[in-house]
Design a binder for this molecule. Structure first.
Ligand code: ZN
Length: 435
């Protein structure tokens, strides 16, 4: 079995690996390279292989940095199977539709041809092949098995067996315990591991502090009569926040305050979740069985249309706005940021990874002045971060996952981390370097 690393090397996005055995080619992930822009120019480079000669692509999960270039692959002639868990394919469809929309608008504005269009997404969807966790599937000489990675709904780490060797691709690993999802499953027996290292040198605060921090951010916002802006990732973080807000509201742990989910993508994704109730952890399944709709509570408003979104500005503070995108590179959160960043009564709560160059990262790095779509904005709002909301395993959890295997793999590669973070983890593992 031959493996070629084609992305997510010394950086966090653009996950892509090519496996070859007996002249059959299998791709693991086909992610978008992201940075300051939603689509970095490198995404337009030719693939390092002939897409018509690839038998199948296996997707770890529905985040765009793992599946975002699939319609491009299809546009270039790929007609093999697109394999992943059923939930991942449902969510990936939404993500790719949204991605095609953003790409088209960016391309029109810049006057160059789009990376792909909606028709490519529709064509890709005809190739979707859903599987269940732990249900082996054969593609030529490759046996493919998925385990629950606990990162977002449907996420998987994947073991591929061919030519007498086994290799596991971690995809992104979860940060248990989290609301909704089951914990990351143990690493099964394998010869090789390719592991993510997004938070390779970090230890998140304990999970129990998560809800307390959220609660205190809301209390401060109400006391200050301000606005709490939460840049939210459409998948998982929004639904986790909804779950915790549902709990805080229903137990009267926070004062009544209007809460807006201002992201059409997050709203659509939230509607998919109940279809997979049986994939949730025991606590969530118990609440649902008792009749609690964990994504619905007093004060919550979904604002799908842009008119509804604009009306939020007229709602008197205090209020809470969850808006995409999660790293503030695009979406409605930028409009809100322009309106609310310059007032000291307001807060921004960062709840996930922020790639270098993104507006979210600038705020996290304590920028006092930012430029949003050509307009300069002074930052007086308080910016805080809750690392425990991260959907990624931290250093102790990455090490624990490796240690959960029946025996230590012969060889490991670290990917999907900025160089210093991957190197820090590599040193701990006494490896020479990341690939
Ligand atoms: Zn991810």
């Amino acid at each position: 079995m031959k493996i070629t690393f084609l992305g997510a090397c010394r950086m966090v996005t653009g996950s892509q690996y090519l496996l070859e055995q007996d002249n059959v080619r299998l791709l693991v992930d086909c992610g978008m390279i992201q940075g300051e822009q939603f689509t970095e120019d490198k995404n337009y480079d030719d693939f390092a292989f002939d897409p018509t000669q690839v038998a199948a692509v296996v997707i770890t999960h529905a985040h765009i940095d793992h599946c975002g270039r699939i319609p491009r692959l299809v546009r270039e002639g790929f007609r093999g199977k697109i394999i992943s868990s059923h939930a991942t394919l449902d969510l990936a469809y939404l993500m790719l539709e949204d991605s095609a929309h953003v790409i088209q608008m960016d391309a029109e504005a810049a006057g160059y041809p789009p990376l792909y269009v909606q028709e490519d997404v529709q064509e890709a969807a005809t190739l979707f092949h859903g599987v269940n966790y732990h249900e082996p599937m054969q593609v030529g000489p490759f046996t493919i098995e998925l385990w629950d990675a606990g990162h977002i709904l449907g996420s998987a780490f994947i073991r591929i067996t061919a030519g007498g060797k086994r290799i596991v691709f971690s995809g992104d690993l979860g940060n248990p315990p989290v609301p909704l999802l089951k914990p990351t499953e143990a690493l099964p027996a394998t010869d090789y591991v390719v592991m993510e290292s997004t938070y390779g040198s970090t230890t998140h605060e304990p999970a129990r502090e998560r809800k307390l921090l959220l609660r205190s951010a809301i209390y401060e916002t109400v006391t200050m009569q301000g606005t709490l802006l939460i840049p939210a990732f459409a998948l998982e973080r929004t639904q986790e926040l909804l779950f915790e807000l549902n709990d805080l509201v229903e137990h009267k742990d926070i004062p009544p305050v209007p809460i807006f989910i201002d992201s059409p993508l997050a709203i659509k994704a939230t509607r998919i979740y109940p279809k997979y109730n049986h994939w949730f952890n025991k606590e969530t399944q118990y609440l649902i069985a008792k009749g609690d709709d964990v994504f619905k509570f007093n004060g919550l408003k979904f604002t799908s249309s842009s008119a509804e979104s604009r009306d939020i500005l007229r709602v008197k503070a205090p209020k809470v706005i969850l808006a995409g995108s999660g790293m503030m590179q695009g979406g409605r959160v930028r409009y809100h940021a322009k309106n609310y960043l310059s007032d000291f009564r307001n807060q921004v709560l960062i709840v996930g990874y922020q790639v270098k160059g993104s507006l979210g990262r600038q705020l996290l790095d304590k920028a006092k002045h930012v430029v949003i779509d050509g307009d300069g904005v002074d930052v007086h709002a308080k910016v805080r971060a809750i690392g425990a909301y991260s959907a990624h395993a931290d250093q102790p959890k990455l090490l624990a996952w490796l240690g959960s295997a029946p025996q230590l793999p012969q060889r490991m590669w670290l990917t999907h981390g900025e160089e210093d973070k991957a190197n820090n983890l590599a040193k701990l593992l006494a490896l020479s370097s990341s690939p």
